[in-house]
Write a protein that binds this ligand. Sequence first.
Ligand SMILES: *Cc1c(COP(=O)(O)O)cnc(C)c1O
Length: 391
Amino acid sequence: MANQSFIPPQRILMGPGPSDVSPRVLEAVGRPTIGHLDPAFVGMMDDMKSLLQYAFKTDNALTFPVSAPGSAGMETCFANLVEPGDKVIICQNGVFGGRMKENVIRGGATPVMVEDEWGKVVDPGKLEDALKANPDAKIVAFVHAETSTGAQSDAQTLVKLAHQYDCLTIVDAVTSLGGSPLKVDEWEIDAIYSGTQKCLSSPPGLSPVSFNEHAAEVIKSRKTPVQSWFLDLNLVMGYWGSGAKRAYHHTAPINNLYGLHEALVILKEEGLENSWARHEAMHQALRAGFEAMGLSFVVKEGDRLPQLNAVTIPDGIDDAEVRGKLLNDYNLEIGAGLGALAGKVWRVGLMGHAANRHNVVYCLSALETVLSQLGAGIEKGVAVEAAMAKL
Ligand SMILES: *Cc1c(COP(=O)(O)O)cnc(C)c1O
C-alpha cells in the first residue's frame, strides 16, 4: 500500500459534503493542464463568470470563484468588508456562525452575537432587537443553509431588515447554492460566498463569491488595507476582473476550475429551478422513508433544507458503529452530528449529483438493514416502500 498509487474506493457520498462528483466533472478535471494566462483558459474564465451569475441569479460583475474552499470565501467576505473597529452583527444557529465570529475578532472588529438554538432558523425579531440596540453596526452576517442542523433561514427577510438599519449583508450560501432557492439580486444580498463540493457536486477547493456594487464601493473606500494579501479583492480583480489584463496574481487551480465549469454547465442544462425541484422531491421521498422507519427530524417542517436531512439516532444505537457499517459494508457515507448534536443525530445529504432516486432507496435500505442487525426496534421494509410511493 505504502508509496504506491492511491486508488480511492468507490463511495456513495450522502453526508454534509463533499457530495458525489459526476463522471462528466471528473473527466473534465483530467483534461490537459494549460497556462492560466493562455487565451483559451481566459475564455473559459469569462464563461465561468456568466455561469456563476446564472447560479447565483445575479448580474454582479464581481462574481468569481476564490481559489480555495468555502471557508476562504467566508474569509474573503469578512477580510474585505470589515475594518478594525467595525461592529458586525452575526446571527448564529449552528457551527458556521461561530466561524464568522472568529473572522470578525481576528479582523480587529467587534462581533455582536444573535443566538438561536441549534436546529432553529434565525429569528428576524432577535435580529431587529440587535439592530435597534446597535445603531453603529456596519454589517449583518448569517448562514442561509446551516449544514450542521439542516435549518434554512429566511435570507430575504433578514437582508431586508439589515438594510432598513443601513447595514451591509454577508450571506453564507455554501450549502444552498444550486440546491434550494437563492436569488442574490432579487433578495438584494450584498456579499455572498459558496462552495463547490455541496450542491454543485464539483471537487472541493473553490469558493464562488459575489459582491454587489454597494459592497464593491465599501471595499474600494477602505481606510485600511485588507490584512490578507491573498484574499485582497483589489488585487484579485486584476486577474478575475472584467476587462482586466489578467495580470499574474496567483496560479489558478486550473484543473479544478475545469471541474467547476463542467458542473455549472450541467446545472444550466438541467435548469436551476429544476435542480431546486429535484432536491425537494428527493427530500420528500427520503423523509417519507425516515418517518416510516420511526426516525424524526431535528428541524421542524417548513424550515428544513432538502439537501441536508438531520434525523435523531434511535435510543441504544451507537452512532459510530452504524456509520462504520454503512461505509464498510455498503460504501455509503452519511454524516455525524456536530457540536451539541454530536452522537445524537445523523446528517444525510442529498446534494447535487447525489440527490437522485437510486441514492434515496439505497440509503434507506442499507440503514434499515444495519439498524435491524443492531437490534433497533424498527419495522423492516416500510421505509423503502414509503419512499417509493413518493417517487
Ligand atoms: C461546508 C460549509 C462551509 C465551509 O466550506 P469548506 O469548503 O469546508 O471550507 C461553510 N459554511 C457552510 C454552511 C458549510 O456547509
